[in-house]
Design a protein around this ligand. Sequence first.
Ligand code: ATP
Length: 314
Amino acid sequence: MTLTPVAPLPEHEVRVRAPGKINLSLRVGPPDEDGYHALSTVFQAVSVFEEVVATPSDVFELTVSGPQSEVVPTDEGNLALRAARLLAERVGIDAGVHLHLVKDVPVAGGMAGGSADAAAALVACDSLWRTGLGREELVELAAALGSDVPFSLTGHTAVGSGRGHLLTPALTRGEFHWAFAVQHRGLSTAAVYREFDALHQGRHVPEPDPEDDVPLMQALRAGDARALGAVLHNDLQDAALSLDPGLVEPLAVAQDAGALGVVVSGSGPTVAALARSRQHALVLAAAFTAAGVADRVLTAAGPVAGARVVSATD
Ligand code: ATP
């Protein structure tokens, strides 16, 4: 008797969740010869999640649902699809995949939604295809896809150096509570870095120094939200404000509503406000809504884990 390989049942699916992130600190150095900036950053993964559902297919295809899904590319420009193809090439698998993205992380919001999708797609396809790759090999593929993708795999709180992709876990205690003012207009990360360069033209930009974040690391270790709020830092904030001056409003609203600290998230335009408690995060979110300074508001807690399989069926 000859055994023929059995094609996976169509209902075989793997469901993976990956978090968005904020940069508690983002220190930006001068551009190198390729135009990339050395960074020293402290990432925190927060409980705003992307979900990626992978099912077998002969081709590589992608569908999207959730807020702002209409502006997400479904072609090869989508980082999740690129992640799936990269993994297939790496392990020499002659198969496609259908990826369905359920988006919740703001698009082009400075919270690494695309990177979360890429990390989730790597984990989902790795499980679907039973590649047997180790975590380290997945992290290597993640780094090839984008500098925020390794952190989306790892999650929790971590210090990032290089282009943000070299990670060291950070010790934290307890939970921190956040409210976010989301703008649908988005900001291009590349444009924000160009504006950073323009604003610093003719001025010395020092190499980013992780020592500058010692007080922030102490606040995290102590679980001291008040101390953390006082030292949130983003070198890209002035560039984001220069491109989108309307962002001063959500920053001011959060301060008036008693936020412990408020900062533009990554390259913006999402504004992240640190709250005293879960209840206070809801108060901050209500203040954003009442003032009409956000297209959407979110509350979340951090840190949370990185990309994880939440269910899989055979
Ligand atoms: P980062 O903080 O890493 O710079 P971001 O959160 O500001 O990223 P993303 O939502 O990741 O921004 O997407 C930026 C752009 O990338 C989008 O405007 C879109 O054109 C493209 N893109 C590619 N793949 C995706 C994806 N899976 N989800 C959303 N946008 C994607």
